[in-house]
Each structure stands twice: as structure tokens, then as C-alpha cells.
Design a protein around this ligand. Structure first.
Ligand code: ZN
Ligand code: ZN
Length: 347
């Protein structure tokens, strides 16, 4: 378990004010973290929230709790903050910081990624939740396959996926579902539109489930009947890049070298210029977190990391392919948490 000193040492802080919801949830267990804050000091951690959450926070919080009136909640930490106080620069907004400064004599120090660093290594309990979220996405994929037909619009497919996952126990979809068919497949982040699927196209679905605060993330691309040879070649190139990279995931591997493996395979096949995003990212209480697998990443994989491996190729005017699995870094290398088949599939 993370200790106050782990968070305070790096910047010689007296306190750290944690406002980023995923971090508040991580430190406290409180499941409405957007209405909570955590104050970390040498004495320990304290969850601050307001009177609407008295019962819930008492039940959920693993750390001591202080309840404020709803109208006082934002300024609640002001009286507590003293000395050098770290704030989360990527989440804290300027107006709030100014208001805190007016009400306390503390010295505010911008920090980045202090709690996030610990979130990268998942506990067995966190892994079980991510595993459940991945399994639910796998079931949703099997379920939605029969809906992938010419004439059905992308939005209806997204809706079916989401409602299936929620009926099966997901709190929500992990993020806005991507359904990109035909030429729209060339948009890596083409969220479902009113376009109808058509015969001879590829369709890419990128989705995940949210289970007890933890996300999953997977992508599959399938063909709607017979497609052009070009699309089939594109698919097999991406699949080879994905499988080759996946097999190399393990502790000690850097995000940069894994990205280079996938990029190398695609370059060799003449598709290098079409792989326009990074290889992958960590997944947990946030759907995008560390470690990062990219050409610019400084991260090195460690036991207990959960990351995606998701190479893709996007060709304007033709279409796109992405294949994404969620993978746990283990002693022996990796355990792939996404179990759905990646074989070429013509529906
Ligand atoms: Zn994804
Ligand atoms: Zn992803």
C-alpha cells in the first residue's frame, strides 16, 4: 500500500492535495471521487467530501474522512493546508488555486504524476477487476457479431454493444465506442456515426467495459463479406505486427522498443506511414494512463502493468485496420486478457 512519504518525498512536500478523481479513488476507495479530495501529509491521508456522501463515504473510504457542508466543500482544504503543498498541475485549475491561495498561507508547488506512478503497478485485486472488464468486453464482442451486417448503422451497433455490457453488469462503457466502417475506418478515432455498413467493407470496433471503476479496452476489425485483396493484405500486416509485438511484452521491455517492433513489421510491408498513432497505453482506473508504449516513451514495463498493444494502419480512401488486446505484464512475459479471436473474419 502506498504511504504518505512515497508521495511527499520527491518535492520535499509537507502536504499533497489530490484532486484528480482517479487518484482520489485510488487513495481512498471512494467511488464518487469527482466530489472528493484527498489531503496527504506526514500524519496520513484524509478524504474530504460533503454531506451528500456521508453514508457512502463512511462505507467506502479506507482512509479517515472529514465531511463538509456542500457549499464549503471546494474550500474545505484551505484550513488544513500548511507549508509546501503539492497540487496536481494537470488537474488543478487556476481559479481554484487562486482561491486557495487567498484563504491559506501555504506555498503551492505544481507536481505531475505522483499518484499515477503508483497506479501503473496493479494489485491482485485491481487485476481481477480489469480481468472482469476484459471478459465482459469479450462477451460483448461475441454478442455483437450477429449485428454486423450491411445496412445496419454504426450508431446502432455502438448502442447494442453498450446496452449489452450494461445489462451484463458493466457500470458503463469504458469510453465512447468507436465503430468505423469503410472509408471511415481510416479515422483512428471515428466514433460511431449514422453511416450504414456496406458489403465489401472492413469495420473496426474499439470498445471496453467499466467494472468497479476499472476499464478494459479492445479493438477488432472484421470484413463484411468478400473484400478487396488490398484490405485483406492490410489486415494481415497489422495482425502480424500485433502478434509479434504482443509476444515480446514482458518486464524490462521499454515502451519505445515495443513500439519500434510493431512499426518495423508494418514498415517492412510498406505500411509504415499508415501507422499514425502510438502502440499502446496503460489501462486501469483511467482508460488512458501510464506506462506509455510509443516512440517517445521513457517508460519501462514492470510486473503488474496492464497495457494495450494496438497497432493500426489507416489508408485514406481505402479504410483502416486496428487490432488491440489488453495485456498483463507477468514474470514469464505476458498474459493476454482479451481472449476474442483475431483471425481474419468475413461475416
Ligand atoms: Zn481501444
Ligand atoms: Zn487503447
Amino acid at each position: 500500500m502506498i504511504k504518505p512519504a512515497d508521495l511527499l518525498e520527491a518535492h520535499s512536500l509537507d502536504m499533497l492535495l489530490v484532486t484528480k478523481p482517479a487518484n482520489v479513488r485510488y487513495l481512498s476507495g471512494f467511488t464518487s471521487p469527482e466530489d472528493g479530495q484527498v489531503v496527504v501529509s506526514a500524519e496520513g491521508m484524509l478524504l474530504l467530501t460533503d454531506s451528500r456522501y456521508t453514508v457512502q463515504a463512511e462505507q467506502e473510504s479506507r482512509i479517515p474522512l472529514r465531511i463538509f457542508r456542500q457549499e464549503d466543500k471546494r474550500m474545505a482544504p484551505a484550513d488544513l493546508l500548511k507549508g509546501r503543498v503539492g497540487v496536481e498541475a494537470q488537474h488543478m485549475n487556476l481559479a481554484y488555486l487562486e482561491a486557495l491561495k487567498e484563504r491559506s498561507a501555504a506555498e503551492y508547488v505544481p507536481t505531475q504524476g505522483l499518484v499515477e506512478k503508483f497506479r501503473q503497478v496493479k494489485s491482485p485485486d485491481e487485476i481481477e477487476k480489469i480481468r472482469a472488464a476484459a471478459a465482459l468486453a469479450d462477451r460483448a464482442w461475441s454478442h455483437v457479431l450477429s449485428y454486423l451486417k450491411p445496412g445496419v448503422c454504426e450508431k446502432d451497433i455502438a448502442l447494442e454493444l453498450e446496452s449489452f455490457m450494461r445489462r451484463q453488469g458493466a457500470e458503463d462503457a469504458a469510453f465512447e465506442i468507436i465503430v468505423a466502417s469503410g472509408e471511415r475506418g481510416a479515422m483512428p478515432h471515428g466514433v460511431a456515426s449514422s453511416k450504414k455498413l456496406a458489403r465489401g467493407e472492413l469495420v473496426t470496433l474499439d470498445f471496453g467495459a467499466l467494472v468497479e471503476g476499472y476499464h478494459s479496452d479492445m479493438t477488432r476489425t472484421v470484413a463484411l463479406g468478400k473484400t478487396s485483396k488490398k484490405l485483406k493484405q492490410l489486415y494481415h500486416a497489422v495482425l502480424e505486427a500485433q502478434e509479434e509485438t504482443l509476444a515480446q511484452v514482458g518486464p524490462g521491455k521499454s515502451g519505445k522498443e515495443l513500439d519500434a517492433v510493431a512499426r518495423g513489421v508494418l514498415q517492412e510491408k510498406g505500411y509504415g506511414e499508415y501507422f499514425v498513432h502510438s502502440l499502446g497505453h496503460g489501462v486501469g482506473l483511467a482508460v488512458h494512463e501510464g506506462p506509455s508504449l510509443s516512440a517517445l516513451s521513457e517508460d519501462v514495463l514492470a510486473l503488474g502493468n496492464v497495457v494495450t498493444v494496438e497497432p493500426g494502419a489507416y489508408v485514406k480512401g481505402l479504410g483502416g485496420v486496428r487490432i488491440e488486446d489488453l495485456v498483463l505484464v507477468t514474470e514469464s512475459g505476458q498474459e493476454v486478457l482479451s481472449k476474442s479471436s483475431k483471425s481474419w473474419l468475413e461475416l
